[in-house]
Design a protein around this ligand. Structure first.
Ligand SMILES: *Cc1c(COP(=O)(O)O)cnc(C)c1O
Ligand SMILES: [Zn+2]
Length: 411
């Protein structure tokens, strides 16, 4: 099932599989198409997947590459955990958490970067780059280091220090821009016209976006080749959200799984919620906003795939909701206390929206729900500050007894 062309999502004009991302006729976004999969035997396909490596490359048949690359950082194959205590707290029947913090640079961005970088190398690029809200910078810097390529990462100057440090360490060219992510993205679009670089989320974005499908494939495989009834997933540009659905659709088409597309619930922070706002207003387009939220990894004020995310949520009977910074902090705590998973703010957004849906009575107890936790708590440590108490004592048994007595009194 080799990749066949790039095709405009709007007017369907086709283009060769090179580094381009926008339709010359209508300025619509381009996406990868594949040769027909009609005559594939699902049982054989399934065996081939199961015999593959424990990484996203086991799904190479569904990725836009000539051949899976070798010797890369192994992205993917992250745990899907049954979250029984969280389910109980929220009154949900069957709940799973897909913990994509368990990737090489601790976010789902390793999947998209691995695919974009592999395709960039096939196209002959020596330098890769990105406009990032943080996690993408991490992933580009690391994967470029692993591949021995030069990299340039552009970030908003006010990014969390943990993300800056975890990126600079890989020896990338780290460019902090005084502006929002949307300013960074605009600048990078200009730079990409001047330099012969592969910007993973600009000129090779159609390939990058395909990497997100692997989250759907893995989840389905980990559920024993069955589908969830509902997914809850964070939205920044809307690429991940829509590509999870695309992954499900591709596996339905080839018969690797049967059933219906799950209900899609998108999650945004209230301080940057252009898609949730458009959902609520019933409009097809998003109005750009200036982000102001602790969920910096989701702080895209002008989301490229916003209209497609809206369409998906509506088509599947889902929704796109937003939650306050306070609810995000509570979401982080709730997940940590009930599952042992410490997620960054984006995961807090997902869990808070999950809680909101449960509270609204929107989740039937018979449903199987998957919540996508896309990043690691150690990268947004400041958000945990002040959310718990600690007990300080002298190094004596007496002091300890005294402290535990008063703890017992207060708890
Ligand atoms: C980038 C990112 C997302 C979602 O990104 P999209 O642009 O919507 O694909 C979600 N969670 C985390 C932690 C991210 O870094
Ligand atoms: Zn077009």
């Amino acid at each position: 099932m080799p990749p066949e062309s790039l095709r405009c999502k709007e007017c369907k004009t086709e283009y060769p599989l090179d580094a381009r991302y926008v339709c010359e006729r209508c300025f619509g976004p381009l996406e990868v198409t594949y040769a027909s999969r009609d005559r594939t035997d699902p049982a054989a396909l399934r065996r081939r997947i199961q015999a593959g490596p424990h990484s996203i490359w086991r799904y190479a048949d569904f990725l836009p590459l000539q051949a899976p690359p070798r010797g890369t950082l192994p992205a993917g194959w992250t745990p899907l955990l049954r979250a029984e205590r969280l389910a109980e707290r929220l009154g949900i029947g069957e709940l799973y958490v897909k913990n994509d913090a368990a990737n090489p640079t601790h976010s789902f961005k390793d999947r998209v970067v691995a695919v974009a970088l592999a395709r960039a190398r096939e196209l002959g690029y020596q330098t890769i780059a990105c406009a990032s809200t943080g996690n993408l910078a991490n992933a580009v810097a690391a994967h470029a280091a692993a591949a021995g390529l030069e990299s340039y990462v552009f970030i908003p100057a006010d990014l969390e220090e943990q993300k800056v440090l975890a990126t600079g360490v890989y020896g990338t060219n780290l460019i902090a821009v005084n502006g929002t992510y949307d300013d960074v993205n605009r600048l990078c679009t200009e730079v990409s016209a001047e330099r012969d670089w592969a910007f993973v989320n600009i000129n090779v974005r159609p390939y990058y976006a395909e990497g997100s499908k692997t989250l759907a494939f893995e989840t389905i495989e980990q559920l024993g080749f069955e589908l969830p009834d509902r997914v809850v997933c964070p939205i920044a540009s809307g690429s991940l959200f829509t590509k999870i659905a695309r992954g499900v659709e591709e596996w339905l088409e080839v018969g690797l799984v049967s059933g219906e597309l799950p209900t899609f619930n998108g999650a945004q922070a209230a301080g940057c919620s252009p898609v949730a706002t458009a959902f609520e207003a019933g409009t097809a387009l998003c109005r750009p906003v200036k982000p102001d939220t602790i969920a910096k990894s989701l702080a895209i004020g002008d989301p490229a795939d916003g209209p497609y995310a809206l369409e998906l949520a509506r088509r599947t009977g889902g929704s796109i909701d937003s939650v306050s910074d306070e609810q995000i902090r509570d979401g982080i705590r709730l997940l940590a206390e009930t599952t042992g998973i410490f997620t960054e703010t984006a995961g807090g957004v997902t869990v808070a929206v999950l809680a909101k849906l449960a509270e609204r009575g929107e989740i039937d107890p018979s449903e199987r729900v998957v919540a996508f936790v896309t990043g690691e708590g150690l990268k947004t440590l400041d958000c945990a500050r002040g959310t718990f108490e600690r007990t300080e004592i002298e190094p004596t048994l007496e002091s300890f007894e005294e402290a535990t007595d008063s703890l017992a009194l207060t708890s």
